[in-house]
Write a protein that binds this ligand. Structure first.
Ligand SMILES: NC(=O)CC[C@H](N)C(=O)O
Length: 409
């Protein structure tokens, strides 16, 4: 039986197939050979369920989408301090290939425009271009769970025409942002842009970013928490170049596009989505891709700033024990995140029970943030000072490692 979700996404895909606007990129001669009618869309849940339509297994070069992963790997390798000294995180509002650096610091404005991306390529682990490209290929292979290769024709085509990128690299070298041979950095960059992927591959990469950095099918952790947050933030602000503001208002998801027609977007904790359609708009973003993401976001209310579905009341009920009238019991439910914890602490402090003994029951609680545990412990300390006791029932051991809470069994 087909899921109704499958039918809905197919309908959005079919509607976008009819769009004929846009031009295939030609400034890299080999990209001009792309089929302008090619069209694929793949949605992948963090559980690894996929919904795939059209040309999802047709290979194309990843182009600028590689910038996300090169930046992530540079950060994992060198840490924030070193990388941040060389690449800023500020949206530039400029075209992807703008020859621009911050006037004061000389840093490229962000890692998603070419200047920042070439700098990130120079920071990939390895001794020289060959090893650096291999390191990135290995890293990307972890996301898609199969080996990836460089499309030599597209690489050769960009290498023979990419003089603007060479100019950017020399400019970066002149201000000491590039500390290595500029031609070596550009060579790594050209090769990384020419890595062959499919829309299905990109959906897996996006789903890994959605799934807290854990690849949904292999379960391997590929992006650490801090790097993931950084990468998604930069994608949200800069991933769609000078179209980033409209994208953020209309689609509202961190995303990255490439001039071969790919777009990858992330709905954190829920879905990764990828589309492939070569004709581009004036910003270099795929026209059918932008349309599909707009419809998906609208249809599913998945804009990140869309108000979330109503929360459960964290305190499900408050009762006085029948056999012990000196005890008031708070039965909690849902997540003890910042809002859930605030709600409980509000009730314990602003409308405190008159009894000397309070029991907080976490039996139906789903998750407790580390800080929520500490706040509960602090609350029980304050109750003690006040001459009362606050005990927790924690059958799922959600507060493991939090000292100073009295547990009831
Ligand atoms: N936006 C892109 O995908 C650009 C990548 C391409 N390799 C370039 O540097 O021009």
């Amino acid at each position: 039986m087909r899921s109704p979700i499958d039918d809905e996404i197919r309908q959005i895909f079919d509607q976008c197939s009819g769009i004929v606007e846009g031009e295939v990129a030609t400034y890299i001669p080999e990209l001009a050979a792309a089929d302008p009618t090619a069209h694929g869309l793949c949605v992948m849940s963090v559980e690894g369920h996929s919904y795939a339509y059209g040309a999802v297994d047709v290979p194309f070069t990843v182009q600028s989408i590689s910038k996300v992963f090169a930046y992530a790997l540079a950060l994992e390798t060198h840490g924030f301090e070193t990388v941040d000294e060389l690449i800023d995180v500020e949206p530039s509002g400029e075209a992807f290939n703008e020859l621009s650096l911050d006037a004061r610091t000389h840093r490229p404005r962000n890692p998603m425009i070419n200047a920042g991306a070439i700098t990130a390529s120079s920071l990939l682990p390895g001794d020289g271009p060959e090893q650096q490209v291999t390191a990135l290929l290995d890293y990307l292979a972890g996301f898609v769970d199969h080996p990836l290769t460089v499309d030599d024709r597209v690489y050769a085509s960009e290498a023979s025409t990419g003089h603007r990128n060479r100019a950017i690299a020399y400019l970066l070298r002149s201000v000491d942002v590039l500390r290595t041979d500029p031609m070596a950095a550009v060579d790594v960059y050209f090769r990384q842009c020419s890595v062959q992927v499919t829309a299905r591959d990109l959906a897996l990469m996006a789903a890994t970013l959605a799934n807290g950095g854990v690849q949904p099918t292999t379960g391997k952790l590929l992006v650490s928490r801090a790097v993931l947050r950084r990468v998604l933030s930069v994608m949200a602000g800069c991933g769609m170049y000078d179209g980033a503001g409209h994208w953020l208002t209309e689609v509202g998801l961190p995303a990255k596009s490439g001039v071969s027609g790919g777009i990858l977007a992330v709905l954190p904790s829920q879905f990764g989505v990828a589309s492939f359609a070569p004709p581009l708009n004036e910003h270099g973003n795929s026209v059918r891709g932008v349309a599909a993401f707009r419809s998906l976001s609208e249809h599913y209310g998945s804009h990140l700033f869309e108000p979330r579905l109503g929360r459960l009341h964290t305190v499900r009920h408050r009762t006085t024990d029948v056999d012990d009238p000196g005890t008031v019991r708070y039965a909690l439910q849902g997540d003890l995140d910042v809002a859930g914890t605030e709600s409980v602490l509000w009730q314990l402090t602003s409308e405190p029970p008159s009894t000397r003994r309070v029991v907080v029951d976490l039996g139906a609680t789903d998750r407790v943030s580390a800080h929520a545990g500490e706040l509960l412990a602090e609350m029980s300390r304050r109750y003690l000072v006040d001459g009362r006791t606050l005990e927790v029932v924690d059958p799922q051991e959600l507060l493991t490692g939090i000292p100073d809470v009295t547990r009831l069994t």
